[in-house]
Design a protein around this ligand. Structure first.
Ligand SMILES: *Cc1c(COP(=O)(O)O)cnc(C)c1O
Length: 452
């Protein structure tokens, strides 16, 4: 054993061997890790020779050299999948981001006047036109938008909100916590399942700064429930001269019903036309753009928000801003088909079935696989449209040796990783979120996985 341990190649030797082919930093790291692994295995009696050492080092080097963030094939069918990076962007948007990233831009420079300009000005006119709002502002994400609105309008003052809407969005974003950090005082009213206008009215006092409503983005309640309608909140706000704020969550800019999706998901325009003073939403949920927090509403309130020094700490960066401008431009030109999120959500059953059939055909020659196309019902909204269930088509596979758990694990660790749904002993590839160009990659990956 001792002599075998001594034969493990020195790091410097390994570096010499691979120095031409790979950057030294990776070679050293890989050599250390593999040597350590071999040493341990030899001591434990699990290894009797050094066969495959250099191959293992090279494999390790290659894996260390890959960036950590990878493109993933999303076969879960969940369009707004926070774990998988939410909204994929349109080609036009990506090209534009790349163009702006590639050089200098007029980000904060007014070319006409030759002096300092505002980064928000580039997108404000789109947002105002698309939502019908007087004014708008954008920050890094919607959590930041909520914080900024509360801090600007209600620091040291009370914000009335329904107990049923003190929600957790995920990743430790909880409305009561964000409110505390913003300096606003939470005044919760109503009960978990029922809140009435009179509950809000009863809590109004000298120190009330804001009437707030939060969209229940990731769950829904059924049964003996009642919530305050936006229009009733607006009426109450007007009666007492207190601003109203709705955190709409999803950042929807269209009416989903016009696209054949019958769900009551509020969009910015509807909220503004009901008279809500401020509405906020995400850029990368149903809006289908880059991550951003969009705030639209009354000019005097937005002006205050813009002037809050914290706005600078939540500032949107130029790549996001250019991506957002191009996304909004697509809406402006009504090019909804070019917005992947909208396209995926509104795919018709026929197109989904055709895609599934194509994948089925591609996979049929892979040995050991049992393949079928199944019609399924799935929730494509992730944390955005909790009630929405749509029919979809999946390719279901089963392997004669590997469990679906094991197959799913291998697919996750493949290059590119593929994330599927598991149901009982089947692995489902939901066609809603799989792009046409991914189909061949799925075939190639499965072929490789199953040949070893
Ligand atoms: C998603 C969501 C947020 C957080 O938005 P991010 O853009 O993820 O920061 C806040 N409020 C509601 C209602 C949401 O749905």
């Amino acid at each position: 054993m001792k002599s075998l341990l001594r034969q493990i190649p020195q790091i410097s030797k390994v570096v010499e061997i691979f120095a031409k082919a790979y950057p030294e930093i990776y070679v050293v790291k890989a050599a250390r890790e593999v040597a350590e692994k071999y040493r341990k295995e030899i001591i434990e009696g699990a290894r009797a020779d050094l066969n495959g050492f250099l191959e293992d080092v090279e494999r390790k080097i290659k894996s260390l050299m890959k960036p950590n963030i990878k493109r993933v094939i999303n076969a879960t069918g969940v369009v707004i999948n926070t774990n998988l990076g939410r909204a994929p962007l349109s080609k036009d948007v990506i090209n534009f981001i790349s163009e702006i990233a590639n050089g200098y831009s007029n980000l904060e420079y007014n070319l006409e006047e030759g002096k300092r300009g505002s980064r928000i000005a580039h997108i404000e006119k789109y947002l105002n036109e698309l939502t019908g709002a007087e004014s708008s502002f954008v920050v890094n994400n919607n959590a930041g938008a909520v914080f900024l609105v509360l801090n600007t309008l209600a620091e040291g003052k009370e914000v009335i909100i329904s107990r049923g809407e003190l929600v957790e969005i995920g990743g430790s974003f909880r409305i009561p916590d964000i409110m505390k950090k913003s300096g606003a005082i939470l005044r919760e009213v109503g009960t978990t399942n029922k809140t009435k206008v009179s509950d809000y009215e009863g809590a109004i006092n000298q120190n009330t700064a804001l009437l707030m409503k939060v969209h229940k983005s990731n769950f829904y309640m059924e049964g003996f429930v009642e919530e305050v309608k936006l229009e009733d909140l607006v009426k109450l706000g007007h009666k007492y001269g207190i601003p109203t704020y709705y955190d709409a969550g999803s950042g929807l800019l269209i009416n989903l019903k016009e696209f054949g999706i019958s769900v009551d998901e509020p969009n910015f325009r509807d909220c503004i036309s009901l008279g809500i003073d401020l509405v906020s939403g995400s850029g990368d949920k149903l809006l289908g753009g880059p991550q951003a927090g969009i705030i639209v509403g009354k000019k005097n309130l937005i002006e205050k928000i813009k002037k809050n020094p914290i706005a600078r700490a939540l500032r949107i960066d130029k790549l996001t801003l250019s991506g957002l401008e191009m996304t909004l431009k697509l809406y402006f030109e009504k090019r909804y088909e070019d917005i992947p999120v909208i396209r995926m959500l509104t795919q018709d059953e026929k197109a989904l079935r055709q895609k599934a059939k194509r994948l089925e055909k591609l996979l049929k020659d892979i040995p050991g696989l049992k393949i079928s196309v199944i019609k399924d019902k799935a929730k494509p909204g992730g944390g955005s449209l909790p009630e929405l269930e749509l029919p979809t088509y999946c390719v279901a596979i089963r392997h004669d040796r590997l469990s679906s758990q094991e197959l799913s694990r291998r697919l996750r660790l493949a290059e590119p990783p593929i994330v599927c749904r598991i149901r009982e002993d089947q692995l489902l590839f939901d066609m809603r979120t799989v792009f046409h160009e991914d189909l061949k990659t799925i075939k190639k990956t499965l072929q490789e996985l199953l040949s070893i």
